[in-house]
Design a protein around this ligand. Sequence first.
Ligand SMILES: [Zn+2]
Length: 323
Amino acid sequence: MSQVRVYAGIDIGATNIKFGLVDREGNVLLKEQRPTLADKGREPLLHLVANIGERLILNAAEEDYEVSWLGIGTPGTVNFRTGQVVGMSPNISGWRGTAIGEFMKERLNMPVWVDNDVNAVALAEHRFGAGIGYDSLVCVTVGTGVGGGLILGGKLWRGGNNAAGEIGHIPIDPSGPVCRCGQRGCLEAFCSSSAMIERCRLKLGHDLTPAFKTVLNGDLEQLSIKKLFAAARKKDETALTVINETAEYLASGLAGVVNLLNPNLVIIGGGVADGGAGFVETVAQNLRRRICDSAADNLRVVKATLGNNAGFIGAGILGEERY
Ligand SMILES: [Zn+2]
């Protein structure tokens, strides 16, 4: 009996490492997650990822699956050819410069492909999710950070030095708040979950609205992105204002991208998009208002469909020749 060929992928996040096995149709056969423990530094994290990789390959062998390579998605700019993190990765200390690909190939003795985590999400949504059938799409994730991935002409666009798609660092206000990248007024400085929480905190002041009193048990320290969306579902004006402002900021950043690239599809994913409260719909309305008519004509704006699985699914297909 011939073996079933499957993809094996690992998605290194700032909080959790998600990993799994996926069949050729994109069905998840196995998925798990472990805490990243990013504050422990580079070496322990590298060994943890290697252990996870070994276990994934072992699990696949036990099920008689054939795995041709391992794929890894990680925060930061990654040289796709060498598998090294070459640019900023503010959520994992000391990660810049790490030769993940080389280390993993040696440990696992098999081909290993490494790319930026949001590039992997874009690939997964294009192949198996909201982007099926679209050749030109922009994928943006809004959560702890704001990331982007571009599929142009059916292929992932990595740019001249693997740094394409950094939608989060498009400047939208030269005098805006300082971003994690060190610049001022980047999209991420307005739309990340921490920026939303901070704006909400400022608007609330010391007087919690009835909805926030309930969801926070009267304690502002408990404010999180989930609680903010919970208040929005109770029709809290402050929560809805913060979410709508964020949607407007995101639309203004995306307007530049859409006018430049004329994609047919914008996919919005990540924790903030998952919060609901009409966020994606509001981004779509604001975006349509801001872009050229010809760019708006064939444009669809949709929510990502693969959720938390997108990162490891996309990592798993990194070794496909077409990308
Ligand atoms: Zn920035």
